[in-house]
Design a protein around this ligand. Structure first.
Ligand code: HEM
Ligand code: HEM
Length: 217
């Protein structure tokens, strides 16, 4: 093992993983509670989440052992075996992320990226601002009442949509909200999983995400 040993614990989570984690938590909830009324703060918090996710993904390829995707992304069979073990109290303890935790991390990162990405798309179609301005634009024909008759050019998606508003705004708003609620649901499962695994292995995983230290094995 390359980890630095101190007394009976070893360093498992490097600073990028730990600080990144708590920045994600703070950024996500700040964005969540500012979405309706405090738009500047919302944008900043959203960009913090997006940048942290981007850094974490790169770190998953170049970071130290326990930060790498290759060390914690496992097969569905391994995930099933771990979850089965948790039910019977016989799940194997992992010094790094356990297989179910690894799957949850991927789901969280994808859902956070989807939340931030749809937020940027919404900002682009609403105000023509942000990193996706000019890439995703409001399409003028959608502002008109939907009609299904003329099919002059078929290189767009104007096939008789009935529910859409100006320039796809409603669609991006719907997608942004959907990702927000998907992330919230995953976070609830994630925290539940952390508590369950902590009890099952008799170790405080939350403290380890703060200090970076865990007992070896
Ligand atoms: C918005 C809320 C949250 C998000 C987006 C989130 C996301 C993540 C991510 C991406 C990781 C992987 C860490 C890495 O390898 O970089 C992780 C791990 C972890 N998170 Fe969270 N998390 C959230 C809330 C929480 C909360 C509230 C707690 C504490 C109760 C918590 C405790 C942990 C722990 C203990 C781990 C390490 C799990 C292990 O030991 O394998 N998380 N979380
Ligand atoms: C990643 C964390 C984010 C979270 C948790 C989040 C959450 C929310 C919430 C709860 C709303 C309120 C309306 C709704 O439910 O749809 C909202 C609206 C919005 N968000 Fe986000 N958002 C995030 C990131 C972003 C980013 C990165 C951008 C753009 C750069 C963005 C742009 C917007 C816009 C334009 C609105 C509509 C505001 C309005 O027209 O009143 N969001 N977001």
């Amino acid at each position: 093992m390359t980890d630095t040993e101190t007394n009976k614990t070893i360093r498992v989570w490097d600073p990028i993983v730990r600080i990144g984690h708590w920045v994600l938590v703070a950024g996500f909830f700040t964005a969540y509670f500012t979405g309706d009324e405090f738009f500047q703060q919302h944008l900043w918090a959203g960009y913090v989440v997006a940048s942290t996710v981007a850094i974490r993904i790169v770190w998953g390829f170049i970071g130290p052992k326990h930060a790498r995707f290759s060390s914690f992304v496992r097969s569905p069979a391994a995930i099933g075996a771990y979850l089965g073990g948790l039910m019977t109290g016989r799940a194997k303890r992992h010094v790094g992320h356990n297989p179910a935790g690894g799957a949850m991390i991927l789901a969280l990162l994808i859902s956070l990226a989807g939340t931030a990405g749809t937020g940027m798309a919404l900002y682009a179609v609403e105000d023509n601002k942000g990193p996706l301005a000019g890439i995703i634009t409001a399409s003028p024909q959608q502002a008109e009442p939907a009609y299904t008759g003329a099919r002059g050019d078929d290189d767009d998606d104007a096939e008789g949509e009935t529910g859409e508003h100006e320039g796809g705004e409603e669609m991006w708003e719907g997608l942004h909200s959907a990702f927000v609620y998907l992330t919230l649901a995953l976070v609830a499962l994630h925290v539940g999983g952390v508590v369950f695994s902590s009890l099952s292995h008799r170790e405080n995983l939350v403290r380890a995400m703060v200090t970076g230290m865990k007992r070896p094995e």
